[in-house]
Design a protein around this ligand. Structure first.
Ligand SMILES: Cc1ncc(COP(=O)(O)O)c(C=O)c1O
Length: 366
C-alpha cells in the first residue's frame, strides 16, 4: 500500500477523530476472518501515518544499505531526546536483539544474572544458552519486582540484574526513585538492565524513565522499543541508553545491521506526537474498561501499567485459552507459577468489546 501526503493527512484526521474512525483504520489491517490477536502486546493502531509514508516512500531504496548518515540521524534524534551525546545510544533490530546481546555480554562464562519470576525472558533465555547462571526472585504480593530480595541475592559472581519496568507479564511498575536507589546501592561491577518497553503506557505520576542515570556514569542500561507505543513491532527497531563504554560493548555484541525501513519509520514516528498521544489515550481508556469489568466480575488483576492486563481467570489457563480460542480470540501464554492467570493485550475498542463479551459467555468470575 502506498500512502500519499493527502492519505497521511486523512489518516491523521481519522486517528484523531474518535474511536469509530480509529477502529475502522485498525480493522483494515486485520486479515479478514482471522482470529483476534491479543497475545503479543502489539499496538494495533500503528504504524503512525507519518511512519507509513516514510516506509512507502522508501520502497525503491530497498536495494541499498542504510547509510551511516541515516543511522546517525536516528541516533542523534534519540540522544537529543535524552539530553545525552550520541555515544550513549545503541540501536538494534528491536530491543530484543539488544536484550540478547546483553545476555551474552553479562551471562557468558558462568556470569550470574538476577531476574524476577515471572518476567520477560528474551535476555534470560539467551543468557542461559551462553552459559549464564540465572537467579530467579519471585515477584512480591502485588506482583511487582521485589527489589530488596533482588539486592540481597547479589553476590560475588553477579554481573547483571534485569528489571522490567513495567514488568511483562504482570504489568506492574515500580516508582523511578526506587529503581534509582537500587542502581546506586549495588557494588561496582554489577550492571542494572532496565527494560522500559512499556513506559509510555504508565499512568501519570506512577513511574518514569531512569535513562538519565546513564549520563551520570551509573552502571545502567535502559532499553526502549518502537514495537509498543509506536506500533512498529513488525519493522523491528529498538534502542539502548547506556554510559559510553557499556554502549560500545553492547554495539560490538549486536548481530544484525540496521533495517532501512525501520530506521526511516522510527524517525518519522518520533515526530508524530499526535499519533502517540492518541494511542496512549485509546489504550489507557480500554485498559480502564477492562479493569472495571474484571472488578465487576470479582476477578483479581495486577495493577496494569502496560498495554496489557494480567488477571486471574479463576480456572486453569489452558481451559480459559481454549474457551477464548473457540470464540476466535488468542490470549497470552502460561506464565508459571500463575497457572490460572492470563495476560491479555489491549487491542482496538471492538476487540476489547469482543473479549469482554467472551468473558461474559464463558462466565468467568462472578
Ligand atoms: C518487556 C519487553 N521488552 C522487550 C521486548 C522486545 O521488543 P522488540 O524486540 O519488539 O523491540 C518485548 C516484547 O514484547 C517486551 O515485552
Amino acid at each position: 500500500m502506498t500512502l500519499s501526503r493527502r492519505d497521511l493527512l486523512a489518516a491523521s484526521a481519522a486517528l484523531l477523530a474518535g474511536p469509530g474512525a480509529l477502529q475502522r483504520a485498525a480493522a483494515r489491517e486485520q486479515p479478514a476472518g482471522g482470529p483476534i490477536v491479543l497475545c503479543w502486546n502489539e499496538n494495533p493502531y500503528g504504524p503512525s501515518p507519518a511512519a507509513r509514508v516514510a516506509v512507502s516512500e522508501s520502497i525503491a531504496q530497498g536495494c541499498r544499505y542504510p547509510s551511516d548518515e541515516e543511522l546517525a540521524a536516528l541516533t542523534g534524534m534519540l540522544a537529543a531526546r535524552e539530553g545525552l551525546s550520541a555515544d550513549h545510544i545503541v540501536t538494534g533490530t528491536g530491543s530484543g536483539e539488544l536484550l540478547c546481546a546483553l545476555g551474552l555480554l553479562y551471562g557468558r562464562d558462568g556470569g550470574e544474572i538476577i531476574a524476577a519470576q515471572p518476567t520477560y525472558q528474551e535476555l534470560t533465555h539467551y543468557a542461559e544458552r551462553a552459559g549464564a547462571v540465572l537467579r530467579w526472585l519471585p515477584v512480591d504480593a502485588q506482583l511487582r519486582h521485589d527489589l530488596p530480595a533482588m539486592h540481597a541475592a547479589v553476590g560475588a559472581r553477579t554481573r547483571a540484574v534485569y528489571v522490567c519496568n513495567p514488568n511483562n507479564p504482570t504489568g506492574t511498575v515500580l516508582p523511578a526513585a526506587q529503581i534509582r536507589d537500587f542502581v546506586r546501592s549495588l557494588p561496582a561491577p554489577v550492571v542494572v538492565i532496565v527494560d522500559e518497553a512499556y513506559m509510555d503506557f504508565v499512568a501519570t505520576g506512577a513511574s518514569g524513565s531512569v535513562a538519565d542515570l546513564a549520563g551520570s556514569g551509573a552502571r545502567v542500561v535502559v532499553l526502549r522499543t518502537f514495537s509498543k507505543i509506536h506500533g512498529m513491532a513488525g519493522l523491528r527497531c529498538g534502542y539502548a541508553i547506556a554510559p559510553p563504554q557499556i554502549a560500545a560493548d553492547l554495539a560490538g555484541a549486536r548481530m544484525s545491521t540496521a533495517n532501512l525501513y525501520a530506521v526511516r519509520a522510527a524517525r518519522a514516528s518520533l515526530g508524530d506526537s499526535q499519533f502517540l498521544i492518541a494511542c496512549r489515550q485509546r489504550i489507557l481508556a480500554s485498559r480502564a474498561r477492562i479493569t472495571a469489568e474484571l472488578s465487576r466480575r470479582k476477578l483479581r488483576y495486577a495493577e496494569p501499567q502496560g498495554n496489557f492486563v494480567f488477571f486471574d481467570t479463576g480456572m486453569p489457563l489452558e481451559r480459559f485459552s481454549a474457551l477464548m480460542r473457540e470464540r476466535g480470540i488468542l490470549v497470552g501464554r502460561l506464565f508459571p507459577p500463575f497457572d490460572t492467570w492470563c495476560r491479555i493485550t489491549i487491542g482496538t475498542e471492538p476487540e476489547v468489546t469482543a473479549f469482554l463479551g467472551a468473558l461474559q459467555q464463558i462466565g468467568a468470575g462472578a
